[in-house]
Design a protein around this ligand. Structure first.
Ligand code: SF4
Length: 383
């Protein structure tokens, strides 16, 4: 039986011209009309000896080659090519990014916690990960937004769940993998770059519309994900499904690799971010996340998720929607989500989290939708 019967929206969504326009790069890669960004990076040569070059020079080269990469992306947009025709070089721009990611790992600043620990030597920061990454599960996900599960809903989103997270959300629905009570090793299988590439390859060959890196949070696994792309030899859109608390340096590595962003924009109020996600680093939530949304929207297609929290329309939902409308509303799609339910710490300590210890009322959901509509935000086509 066709999956399209269960998700008719996956058929209808591509009849919406605005969706096609806003997701044009992603759609073209998904349909194999355009090579994914990571494949094109492999064709851009690097003339330096990577291991003998200073951090500063490598970052400068990363910035310079970004411009070259953007030109290449435009050149190849909607060009049907045989992957065998792409001339892979070594070292390439992708190798440069992998090298920089491993350098960052020695004083980890993948995210704005900037723990500064040497994860290569086994030290651990807030995410409690050393250099290893743990995959909890991977499968064809048919519950993602309509554009993400493939044309006519066939294939689903090739979703790879990593254990651990840079946030500690008190209402996390995936707390068993994002904040496991026991050892992180028990929440997933130690997965190196080659294994990760093999998983992604299998998912795509079995019809996945994209490779959806999520968790927990993919950010602490940035080095493994980038390196896995070196071994990935099939064309597939790379999807970054994230809390968007990456450092600016991590964003510089990602912008030339990610074909479609799927950010989870949770809060406007930094106080809510501290209270519900335990973010207490030097950089406030809103500052980091708005910066990263701007960078990402400038460099790729994007569907922003926002989960409505009960009693938090005025402090979070409305200002977030207003900011999106004012800054990137003409480029992105937004999914205003209504499925919040109390979970994890909210159930264990309801006295601390009374305000979010229930599902949102119907009136709150309708008010959020109506506000998004007033702002001209496109959310309806992606249920
Ligand atoms: S990924 Fe973030 S939380 Fe984890 S060690 Fe690095 S800076 Fe810290």
């Amino acid at each position: 039986m066709s999956v399209a019967l269960y998700r008719p929206d996956a058929v209808m969504v591509w009849r919406n011209e605005e969706v096609v326009k806003r997701l044009r790069w992603y759609r073209s890669v998904m349909l194999n009309r355009t090579p994914a960004k990571f494949l094109l990076l492999k064709t851009i040569p690097v003339e330096m000896k990577l291991d003998e070059t200073s951090d500063e020079d490598l970052w400068k080269l990363n910035d310079d080659l970004h411009e070259e990469a953007v030109e290449l992306f435009n050149k190849y947009f909607e060009k049907r090519i045989n992957l065998d025709d792409l001339k892979i070089v070594e070292p390439s721009f992708l190798d440069l990014k992998i090298n920089l990611a491993y350098r960052m790992l020695r004083k980890c600043h993948f995210c704005e916690w900037r723990c500064g620990v040497n994860r290569l030597e086994g030290q651990k920061g807030v995410c409690k990960l050393d250099y290893r990454g743990y995959v909890s599960s991977f499968f064809h996900h048919y519950g993602e937004e309509a554009p993400l599960i493939g044309i006519e809903g066939k294939g689903g989103s090739g979703t790879i769940f990593f254990a651990s997270c840079t946030f500690h959300c008190v209402f996390c629905q995936n707390w068993d993998i994002s904040q496991p009570r026991g050892r992180i090793e028990d929440a997933g299988v130690d997965t190196d770059a080659r294994r990760l590439a093999a998983i992604a390859r299998r998912l795509r060959l079995d019809g996945a519309a994209n490779i959806n890196y999520v968790g927990g949070e993919p950010t602490p696994n940035l080095h493994i994900i980038l390196e896995s792309l070196k071994y990935l030899d099939v064309n597939v859109p790379i999807l970054w499904n994230s809390n968007m608390y990456m450092s600016e340096e991590a964003m510089k590595l990602l912008i030339d690799v990610v074909d479609i962003w799927l950010p989870d924009f949770k809060y406007w109020s930094n106080e809510c971010a501290r209270r519900f996600s335990k973010i207490g680093s030097k950089m406030e939530y809103r500052e980091a996340v708005t910066r990263n949304h701007l960078i990402a929207a400038e460099n790729g297609d994007m569907i922003i998720r926002h989960l409505i929290l009960p009693n938090h329309l005025e402090c979070d939902t409305k200002p977030i929607l207003r900011w999106i409308a004012d800054n990137i509303g003409n480029k992105v799609l937004v999914n205003v989500m209504e499925q919040y339910r109390p979970e994890h710490q909210v159930i264990l300590k309801p006295e601390l989290y009374k305000d979010i210890a229930r599902r949102p009322y119907r009136e709150e959901i309708l008010e959020a939708y109506s506000y998004a509509k007033q702002l001209g935000i496109i959310y309806e086509p992606i249920s």
